[in-house]
Design a protein around this ligand. Structure first.
Ligand code: SAH
Ligand code: SF4
Length: 367
């Protein structure tokens, strides 16, 4: 069975050509599957009957299985998705006034091992397929109101997508780009490039590839104002140090849908949150059009870090803003259901195995 969520427009056109079908059929199917959220070929009324019957034999529309669905007090909703072999990833929907953001995962685990990240501590399991990546959007769209993609962007439940869930999107480049293509495709989700954000820890050559193949809004996880500290917090920095990263950000802006880079900066008490470090940061990013998003550290069990205090974060932001850098502090959302940044699927590390098959415990182990 071929899962049709795997294909972008070009892939679906090729698949249908093998079945002797013309390219317009691909556009029809994209609309049914992604815009309308329909998985049942029989319901696709303007598709020729014999093709519907053939598709039912050889293909399916299959999003990852939801093993837990949690609603936070603030409206944040988190789905835990089974991606096989005991691996689970998470998708988080964050409603805000005027927009709804879906935070999507790109890998089960992550190999980059940032010292303050629960996903990193879990290690790398595998890359998600493009069907598993776009399947998160398909599923959320389906649950939050099937057919709502017919509405204008402003009326839809999901107006923005951020690749800020588990994993490093640029380390799973091809599958992520296929999924991004569907997010942008007018026949599928039709999101504007400015409303789709890839967050990266700074894999420089992949940033250049993204710039030329599929430029979308870019967030870069900076977290430190100098190489010595960043080497410790974000180990990929040893390979692509700050001077290279800043140069890559400038190149990206040449061909980006937005005219600034968003720098993410996790606020770690006594580690990277001093006034002197804020000033060093200002010097580092001089010449790179940017905004800062300060993320209060979200603790998880076993971590050595603590969240910076509110006053410290406010002061740090004030220094950046005093230098004319637009700075926001991320509100911690969904932390009562462990859906906040860096906490994702922290609790499923604790897998148990029965009959040789991994099963995900259905009890929350908390954090
Ligand atoms: N791998 C990508 C995207 C996923 S993480 C990246 O690193 O950019 C999304 C954001 O959450 C990143 O900025 C990441 O550094 C941050 N993050 C990770 N762990 C966190 C934690 N425990 N508390 C707060 N933010 C965290
Ligand atoms: Fe991976 Fe991002 Fe976590 Fe670093 S912060 S370990 S790159 S998911």
């Amino acid at each position: 069975m071929q899962n049709l969520l795997e294909f972008d427009a070009a892939g679906l056109t090729r698949f249908l050509a093998d079945l002797g079908q013309k390219p317009f059929r691909a556009r029809q199917l994209l609309r049914w599957i992604h815009r309308m959220g329909v998985a049942d070929f029989a319901a696709m009324t303007d598709v020729a009957k014999d093709l519907r019957a053939r598709l039912a034999e050889v293909a399916c529309v299959q999003a990852p299985t939801v093993v837990r669905d949690t609603l936070s007090e603030d409206g944040t909703r988190k789905w835990l998705l089974d991606v096989g072999a005991g691996n689970a990833v998470e998708t988080v929907f964050i409603p805000e006034s005027g927009r709804g953001t879906l935070c999507i995962s790109s890998q089960a685990g992550c190999a980059l091992d940032c010292s303050f990240c629960a996903t990193g501590k879990q290690g790398f399991n595998r890359n998600l397929s493009s069907a598993e990546i776009v399947g998160q959007l398909w599923w959320a769209n389906h649950v939050l109101g099937a057919g709502n993609a017919r509405k204008d962007t402003a009326e839809r439940a999901i107006s923005n997508v951020v690749m800020m869930g588990m994993g490093e999107p640029l380390a799973n480049f091809d599958n992520v780009v296929t999924a991004l293509g569907l997010m942008l495709d007018d026949h599928a989700y039709g999101l504007s490039r400015r409303r789709v954000t890839v967050s990266t820890s700074g894999i420089v050559p992949a940033m250049d590839r993204l710039r030329s193949t599929c430029p979308v809004a870019l967030a870069v996880s900076l977290h430190a104002p100098n190489d010595a500290l960043r080497d410790e917090l974000v180990p990929i920095n040893r390979k692509y140090p700050l001077a290279d990263l800043m140069a890559a950000c400038l190149r990206y802006l040449d061909n980006a849908p937005r005219d600034f880079i968003t720098f993410e900066y996790v606020m770690l008490d006594g580690v990277n949150d001093a006034d002197t470090q804020a000033r060093e940061l200002v010097r580092l990013v001089r010449g790179v059009p940017c905004k800062f998003n300060l993320i209060p550290f979200n603790p998880f069990s076993g971590t050595i870090y603590r969240r910076s205090g509110r006053e410290r974060i406010r002061r740090f932001a004030e220094i950046l803003m005093g230098e004319g850098i637009v700075t926001t502090t991320r509100r911690t959302r969904g932390d009562d259901v462990a859906a906040a940044c860096g906490q994702l699927a922290g609790q499923v590390q604790d897998r148990t195995r029965r009959n040789g098959r991994a099963v995900i415990p259905l009890v929350e182990t908390g954090r």
